[in-house]
Ligand binder design. Structure first.
Ligand code: SF4
Length: 742
């Protein structure tokens, strides 16, 4: 017997709707037979990529952990959940008693953002950890974007996305949505949408040091030298002003005259030299933006993980403001989602409220940067990290200066990893708690739902009954252990869940902007429909949201509505005119001259040009950061871990196509095959991230040079301390020469 169920793919931000075919027999459990796109999904409209199809393999993968592992006599051995949690409780208690709560740290990996059980369950653990040592993959990813929004709008989640259905000019900087299907922008089937832009006479411009898959679809591609986008944006602002643009009066802003003053010192010829873009093309781009009815700039990882990430993210929105495109149809819009989070009580910026202990890096949105993690483990003294709980992350591969971080992790008194695999990081752990199978847990995009190309609400219940604790329960158990020093029994765990849910309800009832403001906490608690699980928080957030039923006050969405609508509820096009809701600065004005930004602009005076070759990263549709490399359906597609180098540089260095080369940075060297191609700008070399050279970890996975071994943890974006993964100065030499010289 077969059965078809609908499921949202939680691998990446596109959030594709899948149709999963299940086979069921009377005497056996159901199993996945096939996966294909769900054409009826209101958001993804039939899109799927190889990774979504490969979820079948992921679910069945014999390498996927199904039982906790404990280190015993130097080796990891299978253990029961009770034994694993007891081990953690004992060791964590000892660390806290010996070194204090500040000795405990958490690292939150990227999949947490796509997983409501993980993010909310482990969120409860992190919030109650009693330590400021909270790190995440955000500081090797999007944190500068969020910081720019926090500084500009007073709201780190106010991240506008291009109105791809209506714009007549999309300028993509340092992003490759044709491969990512959007990032901080959920836009499955983007190739169709870009073709539609072209068909209606619109223009796509891509600015990137590499001719990416998106650039190949563009009307115009401008190569730019890594780390120089800030100068491009400053000169665009100056040129737009020279063309007669002024900040539209409809925006409530402050600080514009100070920012404008700074722009006056920018010299077109110098910017042209620095960026590598001819003056005429810079002027033409400004004219294109000026002429377009609804131009929009979009920047992503190439603009955030670089030495001016916060400034660049900030200035992109300044251009969108100056062209009048921010919050206007066809421009950069703020999508809305059905799930409402309770707003934090206003208490000023979530920035620099404390610093890291060793290098004094600022806190950003309640986190310290991963640039500080190794030194915070290595450096003795009060507050030294002695225990780390790593949640769905593989920092040995995804964080800078990997060799040093790997050594540091090995010195911890306790390393706990929540992961579905033994990987380069979890392989060092004292305990690994296996994450739930993707089909054994539910899905709702609570974090990224506010960045969709269209407003929708979609929920997937588990396809199969869980065969182990759900991630929500793992997080709650760790939270209980951390707070009470012992492993909870079932009754205690459910009481702890009640406490967490009651705390959440209370936050909504105290949020003056939420429809539940002033309501009785017990009344709301009693009306939440699911009796247990993370779905209680989901029902709460959906019913308290813009389209929710506000708990009996009107007709509207509940979690049950979403369960009854497996293809998703379409809530309509993303619309403009939302700034008054989105901007949360104390005076309601968009701040165009926050002191952090003005200081970063002044510091540009000392921004030296990088010498020699510069390394940038890239992404392939068949890889997903540091994981999935072991799935045959993905890793046999083609060899992707090669160093792209321009023919002029290859000729100068006497490197032939396919030859093994050594790439050396200030901190490490890796060996990799070269691919001579005009797809990269002269002076730029390009390597994908997420690969590992290790042969004893997941032997079936495709191997490749670990990009992050080459990245120095001290090369950072000043305001956010996010690591500059792009624009790494390197030397490249033939392997034979390297062996002779090195
Ligand atoms: S693009 Fe691929 S990995 Fe991303 S959500 Fe869609 S199917 Fe999943």
């Amino acid at each position: 017997m077969t059965q078809r169920v609908h499921r949202i793919c939680s691998i990446c931000e596109a959030g594709c709707g899948l149709e999963v075919e299940l086979a069921t027999t009377p005497d056996a459990d159901a199993r996945v037979v096939s996966i294909r796109a769900n054409d009826a999904d209101v958001f993804s409209e039939g899109h799927v990529c190889a990774k979504g199809i490969a979820l079948k393999q992921l679910d069945a993968d014999p390498d996927r952990l199904r039982q906790p592992l404990i280190r015993d006599g130097g080796e990891l051995r299978p253990a029961s959940w009770e034994e694993a949690f007891a081990f953690i409780a004992d060791r964590l208690q000892w660390v806290r008693a010996t070194h204090g709560p500040q000795a405990v740290a958490a690292y939150i990996g990227n999949p947490t953002a796509h997983n409501i059980g993980l993010s909310m369950g482990l969120g409860a653990f992190v919030r109650n950890m009693g330590s400021t040592h909270v790190y995440s993959a955000g500081s090797v990813d999007q944190l500068p974007k969020q910081l720019a929004s926090e500084l500009m709008f007073g709201n780190d989640m106010a991240i506008p996305v291009p109105d791809i259905q209506h714009t007549d000019c999309l300028v993509v900087i340092g992003a490759n949505p044709a491969v990512s299907n959007g990032s901080l922008w959920m836009v499955p089937k983007i190739r169709d949408k870009l073709r539609a832009l072209h068909a209606r006479g619109g223009r796509l411009v891509v600015i990137d040091p590499r001719r990416t898959e998106t650039a190949r679809l563009a009307d115009e591609h401008l190569f730019i030298q890594p780390g120089t986008d800030v100068y491009l944006l400053l000169v665009l602002i100056k040129q737009l002003l020279a063309l007669g643009r002024e900040m539209p009066a409809r925006y409530q802003i402050r600080g514009w005259s100070e920012l404008k003053q700074t722009v006056q010192g920018i010299d077109l010829a110098q910017v042209s030299t620095r960026t590598g873009i001819p003056e005429a093309q810079l002027q033409a781009l400004a004219s294109t933006l000026n002429r377009a009815t609804s131009p929009v700039l979009y920047g992503r990882v190439g603009t955030t993980v670089q030495k001016h990430g916060t400034l660049v993210s900030f200035l992109i929105e300044v251009v969108n403001l100056l062209t009048g495109s921010l919050d206007r149809q066809g421009g950069a819009l703020f999508p809305e989602q059905a799930y409402a989070a309770a707003q934090r009580p206003s208490g000023g910026l979530q920035y620099a409220r404390y610093q890291s202990r060793v290098s004094g890096y600022p806190e950003v949105l309640g986190q310290l940067p991963v640039a500080a993690l190794a030194e915070e483990i290595e450096t003795p003294g009060q507050g030294q990290v002695r225990a780390l709980v790593c949640i769905a992350g593989n920092p040995v591969i995804s964080n800078p200066d990997s060799d040093r971080l790997q050594r540091a992790l090995q010195t911890l008194d306790l390393l706990v990893c929540v992961d579905i695999y033994v990987n380069e990081t979890s392989g060092l752990a004292d305990v690994i708690l296996p994450g739930t199978s993707i089909f054994e847990d539910s899905h709702y995009d609570s974090f990224l739902g506010s960045m969709g190309w269209r407003n929708v609400a979609r929920y997937s219940p588990p396809v199969f009954a869980p065969t182990q604790p759900r991630e929500w329960d793992i997080g709650l158990t760790l939270g209980f252990i951390n707070q009470h020093g012992e492993v909870p029994d079932d009754r205690q765990l459910r009481a702890y869940e009640d406490e967490v849910v009651a705390g959440a309800v209370s936050a909504y009832c105290q949020d003056q902007q939420n429809p539940l403001f002033g309501r009785d906490v017990q009344e709301i608690l009693g009306a939440i429909e699911p009796e247990a699980g993370v779905e209680r928080l989901l029902d709460l957030g959906v019913r308290a949201g813009k389209w929710g039923d506000h708990f009996g006050r009107r007709e509207g969405l509940t979690l049950q509505t979403l369960i009854d609508t497996p293809n998703g509820v379409d809530l309509g096009e993303v619309r403009g005119g939302r700034l008054a809701e989105v901007v949360q600065t104390p005076d309601g004005c968009i701040d165009l001259a926050p002191s952090v930004i003005m200081q970063a602009l002044q510091a540009l005076a000392d921004d030296a040009e990088a010498p020699g070759l510069q390394l940038v990263g890239r992404r392939s549709v068949n890889t997903n950061n540091s994981w999935l490399h072991n799935l045959a359906a993905l890793n046999q597609v083609r060899q992707v871990c090669v160093l792209e180098i321009h023919p002029a540089d290859a000729k100068r260095l006497e490197i032939r196509d396919g030859e093994q080369v050594e790439v050396r940075s200030a901190v490490a060297a890796v060996s990799v095959p070269a691919k001579v191609t005009e797809a990269v700008a002269p002076g730029v070399v390009c390597l994908p991230h997420g690969f590992s050279e290790s042969t004893d970890i997941l032997p079936g996975q495709s191997k490749g040079a670990n990009y992050n071994r080459l990245v120095s943890a001290s090369a950072i974006d000043g305001p956010s301390a996010t690591v500059a993964l792009n624009g790494v100065p390197v030397e490249v030499m033939r392997r034979a020469s390297a062996q002779t010289t090195g």
